[in-house]
Design a protein around this ligand. Structure first.
Ligand SMILES: CC(C)(COP(=O)(O)OP(=O)(O)OC[C@H]1O[C@@H](n2cnc3c(N)ncnc32)[C@H](O)[C@@H]1OP(=O)(O)O)[C@@H](O)C(=O)NCCC(=O)NCCS
Length: 275
C-alpha cells in the first residue's frame, strides 16, 4: 500500500528561499580562508586537493553571504507562492561584509548535513550546499528543510540511464526533446540527489537512487528553454512532483534553473520528512 505522509505540512514554514552561486575562479585574487572560523579552517586545510578546497570554500562563502544578507533584512512572512531567488556572487559582492562577520557565521557539517551557527549559537535556518565543475551553490530558508543540487550535463554510459531511471522517467527525458535529453536526465538526477540530501526516506542513499521514483513531471517546454543560456537564469521554473520510495509518497515543490551545461535544482518537501 502506498502511504502519503502529510503529518507535518511544511508549506506554511517555507518562508523565503535564497540561493547563491559562486564560481571558484572568483576566489583567485585573495586569501578568503580568513573568512572561515577556526574549526572551518582546520577542516579546509585537511581537504585533499586544491580543487576540492576551492569548491568547499566557495560553498561556505555563498552560504555565509546569504545568511548575513538575510540578517540585515526584516523577518520574512511565509510564502504562499514558493519561488527561490538566485544571486550570482562575485568577489566584489563578497566585500559587502567584513571578515569577522563571515567568521561568526559558521557552517557546521559534523553530521554531513550542513547547518549554521551565528556567534557560536545554532541557527534555525536550513542550509544546503552543492558543487559542480567550478560552481558552488548554497541555499538558505527559514525553518523548513530544503535541498539543493547542481550538476554538469553530460552524455553518460547507456547503463547509467538504464539503472538509475524508471521507464517513465526515461520516456520523459528522451521523448520530450531528444536534442536536450542529457539536460533533462541531469534534472532528474538532481531531484533524486536532493531527495537523498533531504533525508526524506531513510532507505534513500546515493547507492539506490533507482529506488526513488519521480512522478507528475511537467511538460519540458515549461522548464527548459529559459535555462539553456550561457549564464544562470535567475528566474526558477517551479512545479510540483510526487516522489515515491517503496510504499511512501511525498509531494515536493521543485525549482529549476540552469545553463546549457548545468542544472541547478532546489527541492522543498510539502510534507513531513519520514523517519
Ligand atoms: C549527499 C550526496 C547526495 C551529495 O552528492 P554530490 O553530488 O556528490 O555532492 P554535492 O556537491 O551535490 O553536495 C555536497 C554537499 O552535500 C552536503 N551533504 C553531504 N552529505 C549530506 C547529507 N547526508 N545530507 C545533506 N547534505 C549533505 C555537504 O554539505 C556537501 O558539501 P561540502 O562537502 O562542501 O560540505 C552524497 O554525498 C551522498 O549520498 N551522501 C550520503 C552518503 C551515503 O548515502 N552513503 C551511503 C551509505 S551506504
Amino acid at each position: 500500500m502506498v502511504t502519503r505522509d502529510g503529518s507535518r505540512a511544511s508549506l506554511a514554514l517555507g518562508g523565503h528561499c535564497r540561493v547563491a552561486s559562486l564560481e571558484s575562479r572568483e576566489l583567485n585574487d585573495r586569501d578568503y580562508t580568513r573568512y572561515l572560523s577556526v574549526a572551518e579552517r582546520t577542516t579546509y586545510i585537511a581537504l585533499p586537493t586544491q580543487t576540492r578546497k576551492r569548491e568547499w570554500l566557495a560553498g561556505r562563502l555563498a552560504a555565509k553571504f546569504i545568511f548575513l544578507n538575510r540578517l540585515e533584512t526584516s523577518p520574512v512572512t511565509p510564502d504562499r507562492d514558493w519561488r527561490p531567488t538566485l544571486t550570482r556572487l562575485t568577489s566584489d559582492s563578497l566585500d559587502q561584509y567584513p571578515s569577522w562577520m563571515y567568521q561568526q557565521a559558521e557552517v557546521v557539517t559534523a553530521e554531513a548535513k550542513p547547518s549554521l551557527r551565528w556567534c557560536g549559537q545554532p541557527r534555525p535556518e536550513s542550509i544546503s550546499l552543492s558543487h559542480s565543475t567550478g560552481t558552488s551553490c548554497a541555499s538558505l530558508t527559514f525553518g523548513a528543510p530544503i535541498a539543493i543540487d547542481i550538476e554538469t550535463t553530460m552524455r553518460r554510459l547507456e547503463a547509467f540511464y538504464r539503472i538509475n531511471f524508471s521507464d517513465a522517467e526515461r520516456e520523459w527525458a528522451i521523448g520530450a526533446t531528444a536534442s536536450r535529453s542529457d539536460w533533462f536526465f541531469t534534472l532528474l538526477w538532481t531531484v533524486k540527489e536532493s531527495i537523498v540530501k533531504l533525508g526524506c526516506f531513510p532507505q534513500a542513499t546515493i547507492w539506490n537512487l533507482p529506488g526513488i521514483e519521480i512522478d507528475g513531471l511537467p511538460r519540458v517546454n515549461n522548464i527548459g528553454p529559459a535555462s539553456f543560456g550561457r549564464t544562470f537564469n535567475s528566474e526558477f521554473a517551479v512545479f510540483e512532483l510526487s516522489i515515491k520510495e517503496r510504499s511512501h509518497v511525498i509531494p515536493v515543490q521543485v525549482a529549476v534553473t540552469g545553463t546549457s551545461n548545468h542544472v541547478l535544482t532546489v527541492v522543498n518537501p510539502l510534507s513531513g520528512v519520514l523517519k
